[in-house]
Ligand binder design. Structure first.
Ligand code: ADP
Length: 376
């Protein structure tokens, strides 16, 4: 059993900096967990505390039923894969993979048998006699994974393992690591700053910002039911649009009013409000794919914007525009793509059943989550 629990865990570095602030994470056996967040938010520190490479300043950490706060790294039954691979350049791939077993005093026959098994899983068999210098980036990364695997650890920790690879190889290695997790049926904790990597790999994802876990949830929930503005803006590319406004009520009808427009909110959104929001300043979030070209200009809730930039990416068309009420530049994503002349005034319609609402002060969601089972 490799359940992993962090209870109110904090890290205060020697200089007094609180890099991780009282985080709770309850990781089940065999899960693939991703810690994601901008640079400096405490992902590596958290991972290093799990590995035992960094002391835990406050709180408790359990692996299985064992409190591991004071258990040294070697005895935690954990393997870590680093971004830098950390391979020994003078040793062959075989000896690199076998290294930990040699240190543990395991016989040469057993060692090489185990290396052969691992090499087969990772498709490294033909490379076993080569040295790391003769391998490509992706192959080196597989050797680094092999070095971790050979010890048959309870938990795998991976710290940005793909960041040294080019974009195409990253995509291939992404699915190789996911397949490896399926094969090994072991708990994986994976650190990345890349939200696409997080979304495509994790069974659950902890989104972190400045030492806090903002939300620990499935990819679908992070995308469709972000708990706050930080998660809403961090997950999804291009970013979710955020529009400032107020909830108002006129003749029993609920509207979202901005400096430019007054939009009637659909009943299904009104029904999901968790607070009596009338008069409240809010942020309305809408994803670019929920904004479409209004083919019928007579439709209600059509707004006209100026296409200040247009990107054709083949499958979709991205249109950039400014709204007075938006905190920053806004985007629409048309699928299928369509011809939009640069600088044209275009009519847009929003699928208002998909909007998200956040309290402007606390930036927390004020809608109950919408069901996401089976969405993806
Ligand atoms: P991430 O992995 O999310 O980029 P880190 O966990 O590496 O973030 O770092 C979190 C914060 O802690 C950063 O602000 C970093 O500068 C700080 N930090 C990291 N290591 C130390 C250290 N040894 N002493 C003091 N501050 C540190």
């Amino acid at each position: 059993m490799a359940k992993l629990q962090l209870k109110k865990v904090a890290k205060v570095y020697e200089d007094g900096y609180r890099a991780v602030k009282n985080i709770d994470l309850d990781i089940q056996d065999k899960e693939f967990i991703v810690l994601v967040g901008p640079s400096g938010c405490g992902k590596s520190t958290t991972l290093r505390m799990i590995a035992g490479l960094e002391g835990i300043s406050e709180g408790e950490m359990y692996i299985g039923e064992t409190l591991v706060n004071n258990i040294p790294p070697k005895e935690r039954d954990i393997a870590m894969v680093f971004q830098s691979y950390a391979l020994y350049p003078h040793m062959t791939v075989r000896d690199n993979i076998a290294f930990a077993l040699r240190m543990a005093g395991i016989s040469k026959t057993v060692r090489y048998q185990r290396v052969d098994e691992v090499a087969k899983t990772l498709q490294l068999t033909d490379l076993l006699d080569k040295k790391p210098g003769a391998l490509s980036g992706g192959q080196r990364q597989r050797v680094a994974l092999g070095r971790a695997m050979v010890r048959d650890p309870k938990v795998f920790l991976l710290d940005e393992p793909l960041s040294n690879l080019d974009a195409k190889l990253r995509v291939t290695m992404r699915s190789e690591i996911v397949n490896l997790h399926r094969k090994l049926e072991t708990t994986f904790v994976y650190v990345t700053h890349d939200q696409t990597e997080a979304m495509t790999m994790g069974t659950r994802i902890a989104v972190m910002s400045v030492g806090n876990v903002e939300q620990f949830d499935t990819p679908a929930n992070l995308y469709y039911n972000p708990a706050n503005v930080f998660v809403a803006e961090f997950i999804g590319s291009p970013q979710m649009n955020m529009i400032h406004g107020k909830i108002i009520k006129e003749n029993d009808v609920i509207y979202f009013q901005t400096v430019e427009n007054k939009i009637r909110l659909p009943q299904e959104i009104v029904d999901r409000l968790t607070v009596e929001a009338t008069g409240q300043d809010v942020l309305l979030g809408i994803r670019p794919e929920n904004i479409d070209y209004a083919d019928d200009p007579e439709e209600t809730n059509v707004i006209t914007v100026n296409a200040k930039n247009v990107e054709q990416v083949g499958s979709d068309t991205y249109v950039y525009f400014d709204l007075k009420a938006a905190a920053r530049e806004s985007f629409a994503r048309f699928n299928p793509p369509r011809m939009i002349p640069l600088g044209a005034d275009i009519p847009l319609t929003m699928d208002l059943t998909k909007v998200m609402l956040f309290d402007k002060g606390s930036e927390q969601a004020i809608l109950t989550p919408r069901p996401v089972e089976g969405v993806f």
